[in-house]
Design a protein around this ligand. Structure first.
Ligand code: ZN
Length: 283
């Protein structure tokens, strides 16, 4: 593993794996893994949005982020699978993730540790209590998976052309999840005003990635966590996005304010991002 330039607590896996069974050692390599991830990180770093996020990670100097291949799809395959079975498994396991090493320190002190996906999403995980302080994090992401033809196969043509699906956008999205785990503010709370977001954590990752997309001057903004649809046009106006249903028990405004309290330096930097969609300017 090597670190990413001037960000020593971001480490990139080599993409090489060796396993030993008896006397046989097998090596398996994802071609160009390190280089592919490094180039994507470089692209992210040279945008104001990405730079702001990477600096927030740098501030968590006692915590590390490891970026390694997402292998769930490949690991799910069995030598006896038919082609159709193998494809179905790969489709089911087409993803990228960010997970804390320690769920309790990734969650604020005194708060419940909540499920981040699955049927019990937003519910407390029994026996775990938030301790705060932050955690190391593992981002599982394979750039070579996120090519248009494969994304089409996994999510359909409309999603494959949607906002938020590009390799650098997927990586930045996962990095934001990981950043919050490193700071110790992760909590997959519900978003009843907008159930399609799934959790507060998805809101945070999606809104920052949307500012990045806007900074890149690409059209469209990702609507929610259920695919890669476009945000309704009226909400492309950042003011309307911030103040829509402001006073509901949960709202974009309240989540953005929460983000500002939890990451004051990050938000100070995000306010400066020259992007048409920059809701941070209004909080
Ligand atoms: Zn996510």
């Amino acid at each position: 593993m090597k670190s990413f330039h001037e960000f020593p607590n971001i480490l990139i896996h080599s993409g090489k794996f060796t396993s030993k069974r008896g006397n046989t050692e097998t090596t398996f390599e994802i071609e160009n893994y390190f280089l592919d991830v490094m180039l994507l990180l470089t692209k992210i770093r040279w945008k104001w949005t990405g730079w702001a996020v990477l600096c927030e990670i740098l501030r968590q100097s006692g915590k590390r982020m490891v970026i390694r291949p997402y292998l769930k799809g490949m690991e799910s395959l069995a030598p006896t699978d038919t082609k159709a079975q193998a494809l179905a498994k790969l489709k089911r396991n087409f993803n990228a993730t960010a997970g804390p090493k320690n769920w309790e320190t990734a969650t604020p002190k005194g708060k419940s540790v909540l499920q981040c996906g699955g049927p019990n999403q937003n519910q407390p995980i029994a026996g775990l209590n938030g301790k705060g302080g932050g955690s190391d994090t593992i981002v599982s992401f394979t750039p070579a998976m996120w090519v248009k033809s494969d994304v089409k196969g996994a999510f359909g043509a409309a999603n494959a052309a949607g906002p938020g699906i590009k390799k650098d956008e997927i990586l930045l999205h996962e990095i934001v999840h990981g950043m919050r785990q490193m700071v110790g503010v992760m909590q997959c709370a519900a978003t009843p005003d907008h159930p399609g977001l799934d959790t507060v954590e998805e809101f945070m990752a999606i809104v920052i990635s949307n500012v990045y997309r806007s900074e890149l001057k690409l059209s469209g903004l990702r609507a929610d966590h259920r695919g890669f649809k476009n945000l309704p046009a009226e909400l492309h106006d950042p003011k309307k996005f911030v103040f829509k249903d402001k006073n509901k028990p949960t709202s974009n405004y309240k989540r953005l304010k929460q983000l500002k309290i939890q990451h004051p330096n990050l938000v100070t930097n995000l306010k400066k991002v020259p992007a048409a969609f920059n809701p941070f300017k209004y909080i």
